[in-house]
Design a protein around this ligand. Structure first.
Ligand code: ADP
Ligand code: MG
Length: 462
């Protein structure tokens, strides 16, 4: 048997332990022309074998069959692929080209293959859109951006670790991958590893289960730049935390760059041990703030320009920048949705289209207006005391503003009639209903009141 002979020689080279762990479970598939296909029981093993043993296997097969030009390792159990992972990396294409020789042409392809090849089992595929070129800089992110560039460009270790943090969807993963791209394209001799904390954990746990933590440690400690995304997922995972901390310390001691992101600052990483938290803050801690209007416009313009076939009018860009304030991911999602409706349904890109297809996003981003705010604004507008909103006085001068406030409360909040009534001095829900109806009528008949209501509404939902 071919595989038996080859296997024996591989055992001679890698030792019986490694052979039993990694080679024995392999099955050989029927020969496929010039390729040998080996089936590993899991995706994890496939990746590991690809990284560590493919060259040895290829050489040994060739001794028997010189015409063989590739050894392909596949997982027989595809559900077990570790490539599920990070939803951030949209391009986590499972078609990492590690089986085929990397196409030398495109820079990205080279970089990707390089990363995939050297540490296939631990690295998320990078998304080639997440580069410095595609990152729009504004007040909110200029510090984080400058720090990321510095880490990507300098040979010495400027600050270690670089710790980036922000709320969700504000560009942490983008900056980290931009660093990775920059380094792999400018300094191909440096070994960069980018992965989410979840993946780190996953691989660590597998390594423990496979009793292969030595190789696991080796793999991480041999990198020049280690980037761990979303560190907050480590919380409460003792042994992983510990392992990460050792790796981290060793890399930092040897002056290898470490870059970390999380959704909060090191000191707020509860569930992390105190000594780890404090150590994480030794380098540079840079946070990314929520975007302002200008930055959102800049980002939308840049994203829109990426698609040369589609023109997004200015008013639509400004509308989105104005109304979708939560984070950049949602902003991008909104733009994509509009463009998709345009491309698939032939709809013209306009404010109407935006309003129509984004109702859910617009609602979710709408500022939550409270009844207290409404009462305060309305009282101010009509120059009455805010306490009159709940008083029992029925004089027109206070009753009308009170009804306006009820009307706005119904229109701008999700409160029910009884809830609104309670906020207005425990009035009955029918009183509220009556007040709201009255204002609806007056808006039709009384232009000056209609104008008051319009102004108030604009001020409240600005
Ligand atoms: P995080 O990792 O902080 O949750 P991401 O880096 O995944 O956020 O960013 C979410 C999306 O927003 C990505 O598609 C990213 O490209 C985009 N994005 C965030 N900030 C910027 C920016 N300043 N310029 C361009 N795109 C950005
Ligand atoms: Mg992220």
């Amino acid at each position: 048997m071919l595989w038996a002979q080859v296997g024996e020689r591989v055992r001679g080279q890698i030792g019986t332990n490694a052979f039993n762990s990694w080679m024995r479970p392999l099955r050989i598939a029927p020969l496929d022309g010039r390729r040998v296909v080996l089936l590993a029981p899991t995706g994890f093993m496939r990746d590991w074998i690809k990284t560590h043993y493919r060259q040895i296997l290829l050489a040994e097969f060739r001794r028997d069959m010189p015409h063989i030009d590739d050894v392909v390792i596949e997982a027989s159990l595809t559900a077990d692929t570790p490539r599920r992972a990070n939803s951030d990396t949209a391009a986590a294409s499972s078609a990492a080209p590690a089986e085929q020789p990397a196409p030398a042409a495109a820079r990205h392809a080279v970089a990707e293959a390089r990363i995939a090849d050297e540490s296939a089992s631990v690295v998320n595929t990078l998304d080639d859109k997440l580069t410095f070129d595609n990152f729009v800089v504004g007040k909110a992110n200029e510090l984080a951006y400058a720090a990321a560039r510095r880490v990507a460009e300098s040979d010495d270790v400027a600050f270690n670790p670089l710790f980036l943090y922000s709320g969700v969807g504000l560009g942490k993963t983008h900056l980290m991958q931009a660093i990775a791209w920059h380094i792999v394209s400018q300094r191909p001799d440096r070994k960069v590893m980018y992965l989410s904390a979840e993946k780190f954990m996953y691989h660590f746990i597998r390594a423990v289960r496979f009793k292969d933590t030595v190789a696991f440690k080796e793999q991480f400690r041999s990198v020049d730049v280690l980037m761990i995304d979303d560190l907050q997922f480590f919380s409460d995972k003792d042994s992983t935390q510990e392992e990460f901390f050792h790796t981290f310390n060793e890399l930092v001691d040897r002056k290898h760059q470490v870059v970390i992101s999380a959704d909060r600052s090191p000191s707020d990483l509860d569930g992390m041990e105190e000594r780890i938290r404090s150590r994480l803050g030794w380098g540079l801690v840079a946070d990314i703030h929520p975007t302002d209007f200008e930055l959102r416009v800049g980002i939308l313009e840049q994203k829109a320009a990426l698609n040369p076939h589609v023109e997004v009018p200015d008013d639509v860009i400004r509308f989105l920048a104005h109304r979708i304030t939560s984070n950049v991911r949602e902003l991008e999602g909104a733009l994509k949705r509009i463009v998709a409706h345009h491309e698939l349904m032939g709809r013209k890109i306009s404010l109407e289209l935006a309003q129509e297809v984004l109702t859910d996003l617009l609602r979710a981003n709408a500022r939550q207006i409270t009844i207290d705010e409404i009462q305060k604004k309305v009282a101010e507008h009509f120059s009455i005391k805010v306490t009159e909103m709940s008083s029992s006085r029925r004089a027109r001068a206070v009753a009308r503003p009170r009804q306006v406030a009820m009307y706005l409360a119904k229109k701008l909040t999700t409160r029910s009639f009884p809830e609104i009534g309670r906020k207005f001095g425990n009035r009955d829900h029918t009183t509220v209903l009556h007040g709201v109806r009255r204002i609806e009528e007056l808006i039709q008949d009384d232009p000056s009141l209609a104008e008051d209501v319009r102004l108030l509404e604009a001020a409240l939902s600005n």
